[in-house]
Design a protein around this ligand. Structure first.
Ligand SMILES: [Zn+2]
Ligand SMILES: [Zn+2]
Length: 293
């Protein structure tokens, strides 16, 4: 236990960090040793603020961003004023809500994302998730921080979108937890780990539309120690929002457990591909057309 009564853990990004509301799960000493060796190697190989994480060129200035000015220009930020009022998807027209938010109930109160999930941002997130580059969470967290500060949301708990135990085992870490922890460091607060959990593996959602994703996720999340979220405003962190089905399912679970409001913040948001049929037929559209990337 830490000085302030918080529990500490050696986590999957190989660092000792404060972890609020953690359900005790002590790794054995050999695992801790390996993770410490990994942490040292990781820090030696990928020191912060020296090279741009996109082009690998030396950064001209040492600041909080690990992306150079040239690469920053390649990323599409989503402005607060030109996005779906509910889920934060970038909109091309004057509509207030995106197709998915118009079609179905969302359980989260509001969601916002920093970037469009495209080009270099898509590559970065792919590397974070699938190429064993957990240090990229450190490079992406400052953008979550900036967005959060500009939005001015007030919340009680930071909770990452969970992944299943088997996915965590094969990947070695939960990228959303790493992002949440890096954000919490910048906010000088802690993450509520293992409060929202994924109870079963679900099939890969790539290629599924909103309704299919919603079905796929049904009953796959749960809240342990419900008293930790009862009456609380939760900030849910994820790497990407595509259709919003995952965020909505997590928010539904949190609210059933008694959470008050659920805000969602993600690094990137997929481009919603709208059906290309005449507007007169819009009302007859099948929800199947509301497919994201
Ligand atoms: Zn660069
Ligand atoms: Zn929306």
């Amino acid at each position: 236990m830490g000085k302030s009564g918080q529990k500490f853990e050696i986590d999957s990004d190989y660092q000792v960090k404060a972890c609020a509301d953690k359900v005790p799960n002590k790794p054995n000493s050999f695992v801790i040793f390996l993770r410490r060796v990994g942490a040292t190697l990781s820090n030696m190989l990928f020191p912060a603020h020296i090279k741009c994480v996109i082009c690998d060129h030396d950064l001209k200035t040492v600041g909080k961003y690990e992306i150079c000015d040239d690469c920053m220009r390649l990323l599409q930020k989503i402005p607060d004023e030109h996005c779906c009022e509910r889920c934060g998807a970038k909109l091309s027209g004057e509509e207030r809500y995106c197709f998915n938010c118009q079609q179905d109930e969302r359980y989260f109160d509001i969601a916002r994302s920093c970037f469009v999930y495209d080009g270099e941002m898509r590559k970065l997130i792919h590397q974070l998730k699938f190429s064993n580059k957990p240090y990229l969470a450190r490079a992406l967290a400052p953008f979550l921080y900036d967005k959060l500060v500009s939005l001015g949301w007030k919340y009680d708990k930071i909770i990452p979108v969970p992944i299943s135990k088997s996915r965590q085992k094969s990947r070695g870490y939960n990228q959303s937890l790493l992002l949440a922890r890096e954000l919490a460091k910048l906010m000088d607060t802690t993450v509520s780990c293992d409060v929202l959990i994924k109870t079963r593996e679900t099939i890969d959602q790539v290629g599924l539309n909103y309704i299919e994703r919603k079905k796929n996720l049904q009953g796959s999340f749960d809240v342990v120690n419900k008293y930790l979220v009862r009456g609380k405003d939760v900030l849910l962190i994820d790497d990407v929002m595509t259709t919003g089905a995952t965020a909505s399912s997590c928010a539904n679970t949190l609210k059933k457990a008694g959470a008050n409001r659920v805000f969602v913040l993600t690094v990137a948001h997929g481009v919603v591909k709208l059906p290309t049929i005449p507007p007169t037929n819009t009302l007859k559209l099948s929800k199947k057309h509301a497919t994201d990337i």
